[in-house]
Design a protein around this ligand. Structure first.
Ligand code: AMP
Length: 433
């Protein structure tokens, strides 16, 4: 590599510039607020975990573990992986912190990056972000219904266009094995019509035969047996109770008997959220029940249900306003002389303390250039500190919307309260107000 060669980001890994982070924050804030109203607390988890955590939970035969995981050997020989999802980490943390004893019923939510080595395309990245939630310790159908209602409320808060929640039941350890055999037998009789991947799926992961996108496979599997028709009595009762509770709560869902979800750990309720504006990757989120997961990771038998939304896909489907958070008005402070720098910085600090977004311009620039920059940055107010202002110890304020000047009015040395009082008098709107 030469000294002058440019280094760009890795394929499938993206930068987010300030406008984009502002929009993202608005979206995640809206979702987090809903989660908190449902009693969920935020959990922050490591990005690196022992690879075994995912092979044991997500499943060795899933695409995520088989083909997409960024796993490598650490210097001490431990095989570690960048997390491809967070449910396994939440469960690990729950077990590790002893919460299964002290707080068996727990609700967590997380926001953060996940890593999968998929082929990048619209709505598909190698580092993407999820906002997800896990509700541990409740096996009753009301917990599933409450979770799906929460999903519906998040979709509303995020203003997802044309979203729909698709629902299925995947049965459990009692009824799924017999169903898998029925499905394998059906597929084995049509093996010639299936794609190469599906042929290997017959033995390794037959449920995935149902959601292959290849037209040939789709046609071959069109009359395949469906899990919902092979549920045990207990699973059927659970499923019907979830449906009736959702109905009573007024949460609309659509049955989708072919939806199987990619991960091994789901049982009973599984759901997927699709929305408009996403092209081929129309799934904006998904989730379901995973009653065996805590136990399979070494904890006591504990039920669980959860979901994750892909944040990039939420952004594609959301009609929430773009641009920066409109909460605080923007102010640019313009020092016109090196002697004005310190008072400008002090004034800026006072204004930030009362909730304004404040930028201080460079004193080396002329007033005209600074005004242009302030305008471009979307400043609603400009505070000017030049010679006159330095002698009167009062800054001039310009209202950029009304194009009106208030000469020498804002005290430079009187402290935050006096600054705030004067700004209120001028009609400045403060953050949170
Ligand atoms: P999953 O963890 O596979 O159930 O995915 C949950 C959600 O995460 C999906 O519905 C997508 O919105 C999002 N997602 C999964 N993989 C990717 C990816 N490679 N790029 C962007 N978003 C993704």
């Amino acid at each position: 590599m030469t000294a002058s060669s440019k280094i760009s980001s890795i394929k499938g890994f993206k930068d987010l510039l300030p406008d984009e982070t502002a929009r993202r924050r608005r979206l995640t804030d809206a979702a987090c607020r809903v989660l908190e109203t449902y009693g969920y607390g935020c959990i922050d988890l490591p990005l690196l975990e022992q690879s075994a955590l995912f092979t044991m939970s997500v499943g060795v035969t899933t695409d995520i573990v088989e083909k997409e995981m960024y796993a490598f050997e650490d210097r001490d020989g431990t095989v570690i992986a960048l997390r491809p999802e967070a449910t396994a980490s939440v469960v690990r943390a729950y077990i590790q912190a002893g919460l299964s004893r002290s707080s068996p019923v727990s609700r967590f939510y997380y926001v953060g990056p996940m890593f999968r080595r998929e082929r990048p395309q619209k709505g598909r990245l190698r580092q993407f972000h999820q906002i997800g939630a896990e509700f541990l310790g409740r096996e009753d159908a009301a917990a599933d219904a409450e979770t799906i209602c929460l999903v519906d409320d998040i979709c509303r808060a995020a203003k997802l266009k044309g979203y729909r929640i698709r629902l299925n039941s995947l049965g459990d350890g009692e009824c799924r094995p017999a169903y898998r055999e029925a499905l394998k037998a059906y597929a084995a009789a049509r093996v010639d019509e299936l794609c190469a991947d599906c042929r290997t799926r017959i033995e390794r992961n037959p449920l995935r035969l149902l959601d292959c996108k290849q037209p040939g496979c789709n046609a071959a599997m069109s009359d395949a047996p469906m899990m919902v028709d092979h549920l045990s009595e207990a699973c059927k009762e659970h499923h019907e109770r979830v449906l009736s509770l959702l109905d009573e709560m007024g949460v609309e869902t659509e049955p989708d008997p072919r939806m199987v979800r990619g991960l091994d750990y789901y049982c009973r309720t599984a759901f997927e959220i699709v929305a408009e504006g996403l092209g081929a990757q129309d799934s904006v989120g998904g989730g379901g029940r995973y009653d065996g997961l805590v136990e399979s990771l070494g904890g006591p038998s504990t039920a669980g249900v959860g979901f994750a939304f892909g944040i990039e896909r939420m952004e594609l489907a959301s009609s929430l306003g773009g641009g920066a958070l409109a909460r605080a008005e923007k102010v640019t402070v313009v020092p016109l002389d090196p002697r004005a720098e310190a008072p400008a910085l002090v004034l800026a600090r006072s204004m930030r303390a009362v909730g304004l977004d404040v930028e201080v311009g460079p004193s080396a620039q002329k007033l005209k250039a600074q005004m242009k920059r302030a305008d471009k940055a979307g400043a609603r107010w400009v505070v000017i500190v030049g010679d006159d202002e330095l002698s009167s110890r009062l800054a001039t304020v310009r209202d950029m919307t009304k194009k009106k000047d208030y000469p020498s009015c804002l005290p430079l040395d009187a402290g935050t309260d006096a600054v705030e009082a004067k700004l209120r008098e001028l009609g400045v709107t403060f953050g949170g107000s």
